[in-house]
Write a protein that binds this ligand. Structure first.
Ligand code: GLV
Ligand code: MN
Length: 195
C-alpha cells in the first residue's frame, strides 16, 4: 500500500538519509543487474534464541532495489516448538507460503476475533494490514516460510519487545495497570527481554 512509483525503478541509495517516501535513487549510470537480484534469503537463519525463530528481512534496507516499488519479503525459520511472536506491520498487509513444516498461523482483528489455521507445505495465509499475528511451529521438523508485503518497508511492532524492552522502558505503573498484575510479574517479564 505504498504510493506508486513515478519511474521504472529507483535503486535506493541507503547510505543517504531515508526521505519522505524512500531513499534517493542511485544514479542510473551506476545501475547494474546486481541491483535487481538478492540472495539474502537463501540461507537458513539461526533459531537459537528464546523464541526459537528468526526472521530474515528483504526490505528496502536489505535489498535497495525495492525502493519505491511497494513490495518486500521475509524468510522465516522456526525450530520445532518455536514461535514467531505476536507482531504487527503498521504499513503493510502480509501474505505467506509455507515451504517446510507444520505451522499454526493466526491473527487477531481490531474487534478481538482470533482467526487461525494449521498449514502444511504449499499452503498460504494472509494477514490484513496492521493486525497482530504469529506463526508457531507445531510439527516435528524445522519450519520454513516466505512472506511478502505490499510495502518496501512494512515495519514490525513485536509486542513483547515493544512493551517490555523499549528504550527507555515503559513505566512499571503503566504496565502493572495495563495487565492488572503486581510489579514482580512485570519485573520478571522485563528481565526475559533485557538486552
Ligand atoms: C511473518 O509474520 C513475517 O512478518 O515475516
Ligand atoms: Mn508478520
Amino acid at each position: 500500500s505504498d504510493p506508486d512509483p513515478l519511474q521504472d525503478f529507483c535503486i535506493g541509495d541507503t547510505k543517504s538519509e531515508l526521505s519522505v517516501n524512500g531513499f534517493p535513487c542511485k544514479p542510473a549510470a551506476n545501475v547494474t543487474s546486481d541491483d535487481f537480484f538478492y540472495d539474502g534469503l537463501s540461507k537458513e537463519g539461526n533459531t537459537s534464541n528464546p523464541f526459537g525463530s528468526i526472521v530474515t528481512q528483504a526490505n528496502v534496507w536489505a535489498f535497495p532495489g525495492l525502493n519505491t516499488l511497494g513490495i518486500s519479503m521475509n524468510r522465516v525459520d522456526i525450530a520445532p516448538g518455536g514461535l514467531n511472536p505476536p507482531h504487527s506491520h503498521p504499513r503493510a498487509a502480509e501474505t505467506g507460503v509455507v515451504i517446510n513444516g507444520k505451522l499454526l498461523v493466526g491473527f487477531i482483528t481490531t474487534g478481538n476475533v482470533f482467526y487461525s489455521k494449521i498449514l502444511n507445505p504449499g499452503q498460504m495465509f494472509l494477514i490484513p494490514k496492521g493486525l497482530v499475528h504469529f506463526q508457531k511451529n507445531v510439527g516435528e521438523e524445522k519450519a520454513l516460510l516466505f512472506t511478502a508485503f505490499n510495502s518496501h518497508f512494512p515495519g514490525s511492532v513485536v509486542l513483547p519487545m515493544n512493551l517490555f524492552a523499549s528504550k527507555p522502558s515503559v513505566p512499571d505503573d503503566v504496565l502493572t495497570k495495563t495487565f492488572q498484575v503486581e510489579k514482580t510479574v512485570i519485573d520478571e517479564i522485563k528481565s526475559k527481554f533485557a538486552a
